[in-house]
Design a protein around this ligand. Structure first.
Ligand SMILES: NC(=O)c1ccc[n+]([C@@H]2O[C@H](COP(=O)([O-])OP(=O)(O)OC[C@H]3O[C@@H](n4cnc5c(N)ncnc54)[C@H](OP(=O)(O)O)[C@@H]3O)[C@@H](O)[C@H]2O)c1
Length: 338
């Protein structure tokens, strides 16, 4: 089969198309012919050695794939040949709270990824794809969609009338915007681009703040909420945004700590504000199969469509990764596999 590998070193210019043996499913496994792969900021982190500098090479990158079951092991009972399925991000996290072992079961590092014509999964590590979604739309879900669902719905319990702030206009952020609107919230989006803010408002956001023009954007959130602050802020910027998120949230509010776009170490965190305001800082790490399935039911009931910025053919997967690196996208970048 054709597959992309990170080859000699952990660098984007080392990602190349190659031939590998098509994997053979074990008794509890399913062979999936991959039809679409979506990219996440994490994939660049994996390729660049940011997460696992000792990742054994060569390595097939990317965590999020959708495809069709083409072969099943003898003991497989959850799926049949021909069904459309998607791998769950942490293959062992089926339900409940996460356990330490689940972090070593994530696709696209340390487990091999899905940027290939075929991939094998344990049958427990798959969910059925909502029938109304195209392969490209469904490929957007496993990491970005589930993370946003976990933060906004499973943990955040966002309800009608709440004010939610989401940062940027990438994959996680636009899903969070859509899920918060689905639950009746008022949504404030921050972005580096006025043009992207206009697109976010067209998608349902109530208010946009350009964080380049207004680095102290928490002030705009306070002004917009009559001084009260937002009920929930999804922090995606990390090091450079956490204090703004803490300043923007209301007394007793929630900051979902999700992203590390500006760095993993936040120095001089405003501890006194966290204490005085009795803020909850909630770490979010993608989510379980149970959350994925709950999200899929909500998607099917609402008909909500993931936002796809651009699709690239399989032969142009490296261009797709370079396009992700540029940061000009709005929503998800998808690679389609013939
Ligand atoms: N904890 C988890 O489970 C989990 C799961 C998925 C992703 N993540 C993390 O969440 C972050 C977003 O991931 P993604 O895949 O959605 O990324 P993405 O699609 O690449 O989107 C990133 C967007 O965020 C905005 N942005 C960039 N730098 C920023 C900064 N310093 N401050 C505020 N906004 C910034 C930009 O939007 P504009 O162009 O509009 O400014 C950019 O397009 C990453 O750090 C990723 O590692 C965490």
């Amino acid at each position: 089969m054709k597959a992309y590998e990170i080859q000699g070193e952990l660098r984007l210019d080392q990602v190349a198309l190659t031939e590998r043996p098509t994997p053979v499913p074990g008794p509890n496994q399913v062979l999936v012919r991959i039809r679409a792969v979506s990219l996440n900021a994490r994939d660049l982190g994996v390729i660049g050695g940011f997460y696992a500098p000792d990742l054994p090479l060569p390595f097939v990158p990317a965590s999020d794939g959708v495809g069709e079951v083409v072969e099943t092991g003898d003991r497989v009972s959850r799926f049949r040949i021909g069904e459309r399925v998607s791998g769950i991000f942490a293959q062992q996290w089926l339900s409940g709270e996460p356990l330490p072992a689940y972090s070593s079961s994530t696709l696209g590092s340390p487990l091999p990824g899905v940027l290939a014509e075929y991939a094998v999964f344990d049958e427990d590590g798959l969910v059925a794809v909502p029938a109304y979604l195209s392969d490209a739309e469904a490929a957007a879900l496993p990491c970005a969609g589930v993370t946003a669902w976990h933060a906004i719905v499973s943990e955040g319990a966002v309800k009608a009338g709440d004010t939610v702030v989401v940062q940027g206009t990438g994959g996680v952020s636009l899903f969070a915007l859509q899920f918060a609107k689905l639950h009746g919230a008022v949504v404030i989006v921050t972005s580096s681009s006025d043009a992207k803010l206009e697109r976010a408002i067209a998608l349902g956001a109530d208010y946009g703040i350009n964080y380049r023009d207004q680095p102290d954007w928490s002030q705009a959130v306070l002004a917009r909420t009559d001084g009260r602050g937002a009920d929930h802020v999804l922090d995606l910027g990390g090091a450079s945004t956490l204090n703004q998120s803490i300043a923007a949230v209301r007394f007793g509010g929630r900051v979902s700590v999700v992203g590390i776009l500006s760095g993993m170490q936040a120095n001089a965190v405003h501890l006194i504000a966290i204490i005085q305001k009795k803020i909850r800082l909630q770490g979010i790490n993608v989510g379980s199969r149970e959350m994925f399935e709950a999200m899929n039911r909500a998607l099917a009931a609402s008909g909500l469509k993931p936002v796809i910025d651009r699709e690239f053919p399989f032969e142009q997967a490296v261009d797709a990764l370079r396009y992700l690196e540029k940061g000009a996208h709005f929503g998800k970048i998808v690679i389609t596999v013939p």
